[in-house]
Design a protein around this ligand. Structure first.
Ligand code: PXL
Length: 282
C-alpha cells in the first residue's frame, strides 16, 4: 500500500457554514490523506453571516509549528487559506520555508474576497502583503477578485475573454515560475471555468463545466482541497483541475436542486463517497 500523504492545513475553523477546515478535513480524509490542522482563527460562522465571533489564533501558531518541527513531522504539502491577521502571512511563509523538502508542495489559496469585495476581516494591509505569501507558492489558486488584488488591477477591469484571462494567468505565474489555477471564469454563457498554467510542463488551458444555479460560500475551499488531494494522488494539474471542477459542479447541482441558501455552502457531504473511490483506487 502507498504510504499515506500528510498535509499541514493552515485555515480558519468556522463552526457553521461549510468552509475552510470544515471542508478541507473531510475532503482530504476521504481521499486517504492525513490532515494536520493549524487553525488561523475560530469563527462561530463564516463571515457571510451577521454577528459572527472571531478568535484570532496568531499567538498559537509559531509555538505549534515549533512543536511539529521538534517532532520532526514531514509534510507532503503545506496548504494555506483564510488567514486571521497580517502577521500570519509571515508565519505561513516561515512554515513553508521550514517544512520545505524535495517533493513538498506549497499550495496557497490567497483567500481575500469575492465578487470584487474583500471579506470583512481582511484589512488593506493584509491584501497588500498577500503577494509576499503568493511568492512562496508552488501553486496559487485565486479567484478573479484575489487575482485583481495580487496584480494591482481593478476588479472592474477583469478580463472578459479567454485571451485576456490567459494574460492574467501568465502575469500571476511570474514568467512561468509557479503554477496557477484561476477560478470563476465566466467567459462562456452558462458555464464556469478554471484557467490554469502548469509550471512543471509549461502547459495552459481553461477547463469549463456547466454552471448550476448560483455560487455558494466555501466552494473555493472545496475546489482547492479536491485539487490538492488529486495532485497528491499523482494526477497532473490538468487532471486535478478536471477532478475538482467536476466534483464542485456535482455538489453545486445537488445543492441547487435542494434549494439550500447560498450562505450554507455546498452540500458536499452527500457526495464525499465519490472522492473516496478515488482515494481507494491508487
Ligand atoms: O471560503 C472562504 C472563507 C473562509 N473562511 C471564512 C470565510 C470565507 C468566505 O466567506 O468567511 C471565515
Amino acid at each position: 500500500m502507498k504510504p499515506i500523504s500528510r498535509v499541514a492545513a493552515i485555515h480558519d475553523l468556522s463552526g457553521y457554514g461549510r468552509c475552510s477546515l470544515s471542508v478541507v478535513y473531510p475532503v482530504l480524509s476521504v481521499m486517504g490523506i492525513q490532515c494536520c490542522s493549524l487553525p488561523t482563527a475560530y469563527l462561530s460562522t463564516h463571515t457571510g453571516f451577521e454577528g459572527f465571533t472571531f478568535l484570532d489564533m496568531t499567538a498559537e501558531m509559531r509555538p505549534a509549528i515549533k512543536h511539529w518541527l521538534q517532532r520532526e513531522l514531514a509534510f507532503d504539502a503545506v496548504y494555506s487559506g483564510f488567514l486571521g491577521s497580517v502577521e500570519q502571512i509571515d508565519i505561513v511563509c516561515e512554515a513553508i520555508d521550514k517544512f520545505k523538502r524535495p517533493g513538498m508542495l506549497s499550495i496557497v489559496d490567497p483567500v481575500m474576497g469575492d465578487h470584487g469585495v474583500p471579506y470583512r476581516t481582511y484589512t488593506p494591509e493584509m491584501c497588500t502583503r498577500m503577494s509576499v505569501l503568493a511568492g512562496a507558492a508552488d501553486i496559487l489558486t485565486p479567484n478573479l477578485t484575489e487575482a485583481a488584488i495580487l496584480l494591482g488591477q481593478r476588479y472592474e477591469d477583469r478580463p472578459n475573454d479567454e485571451t485576456g484571462t490567459m494574460q492574467w494567468v501568465e502575469a500571476l505565474s511570474k514568467n512561468g515560475k509557479r503554477s496557477i489555477v484561476l477560478t470563476g471564469i465566466t467567459t462562456r454563457e452558462g458555464q464556469i471555468g478554471a484557467a490554469y498554467y502548469d509550471a512543471t510542463n509549461n502547459t495552459a488551458d481553461i477547463h469549463f463545466e456547466s454552471f448550476v444555479g448560483q455560487e455558494y460560500h466555501g466552494t473555493g475551499d472545496l475546489y482547492t482541497s479536491v485539487l490538492l488531494g488529486s495532485l497528491l494522488h499523482g494526477l497532473p494539474l490538468a487532471g486535478a483541475v478536471r477532478a475538482a471542477s467536476v466534483f464542485v459542479r456535482d455538489c453545486a447541482s445537488l445543492t441547487w436542486e435542494e434549494g439550500t441558501p447560498m450562505q450554507e455552502g455546498v452540500r458536499f457531504e452527500a457526495l464525499l463517497w465519490k472522492l473516496g473511490q478515488h482515494g481507494l483506487d491508487s
